[in-house]
Write a protein that binds this ligand. Sequence first.
Ligand code: CA
Length: 444
Amino acid sequence: MSALNHTHDADARSWVDSANAAGCDFPIQNLPHAVFRRAGSAEAFRGGVAIGDQVLDLAALASKQQLDGPAHGAARDAARAAALPALNDFFALGKGAWKALRHALFELLKHDAPSATVQALRDCLVPQAEVEYTVPARIGDYTDFYTSIDHALNISRLMNPDGDVTPNFRWIPTAYHGRVSTIGVSGQRFHRPMGQAMAPGAKAPTYQACARLDYELELGVWIGTGNAQGEPIALEHAGEHIFGICLLNDWSARDIQFWEMAPLGPFLAKNFATTISPWIVTMEALAPYRQAWTRAAGDPQPLPYLENAANRESGALDIRLEVWLESEKARNEKTGPSRLSATSFRHQYWSVAQMVTHHTMGGCSLNPGDLFGSGTISGPGEGEAGAIIELARAGQSPVTLANGEQRSFLEDGDAVLLRGWCEKPGHARIGFGESRGTVLPARN
Ligand code: CA
């Protein structure tokens, strides 16, 4: 677990003025990583770090002298790796290198940096408004978990009002192995999938455009360093293997899913698109927002390999999350998106560290740049559900948008926006930016 240090000081300011604005997602205490280039250009993609409304171009920084000298050796090597068009090599360097780079960038960007430093770094800034992003690493494997008990209960109770989660849910951070090829960065547009669906009472399925298209509010967990096959990651070391977190939308075709998923799990219902936010917020930046991880006394307590004091003390993360929907009509009439729900990741039944440990316990290896989906994040209260099938009760009570339109499921032209941030008195706000994806008509 990352301890707090001077880079978390809430009073720290940057010479990049926009980083000091109230409500800014990217103050000097955050410093998340992405891969970018100037929008519409033929430039090479390269790594950058967000500061205020700017991107600090790490490839440009690497050509300057600011990280030269023996004191900066580890940070210089880390900056070079983090400047590449995929962050895998940077992830593989491990926690010491991630920290060295964060701390060096903090010194270069803080308000009292020497004027020669400020002058040199100004040449390395690109406005975020002028860039486009790509998936920040070569994702080798993608695993999507199912770790929100409120989501699992909501889904179960749609089938049976007295329903409970499956018996394994309270014992296992359960998951399925997903598909990497259709993971795209914010701005992703995809066609409504075609597939088989079985109508209630029908004798045979039909081949049709998905009629029950949904989103899932999730976080993406980026694996930094991996493990060798056959060498599980113990819970006490799991945190060292996690680089950071982004927003993730696991688009889901519910009619296709409910017909196909027994007995092997989701297949075409989940493999047509997954949208992630471009910025990866590091675990070190999130350290002030760790919380105690708890398990209700009446529930099974974790088996010993999923249990330790550090996880109990600080395994949960208070990341606030929102889902917004912008219909085509709202976009054309410029009336803005409607907020569908708001919750926090702190309610999740299993911690990120428990996911890492359980994933590797049988001998499975993880690699730098592997991605986990947290599973849909729903909270316990009204309006905290992370999917529209829960909010609209499978179409029984459609959601009303700000302009009066109603939704049971997503319609063509709908854009879904995920937002996330951490905030509390005495600490800097740590934002995730936004993930946006748009539904295009089916190609049939
Ligand atoms: Ca999911």
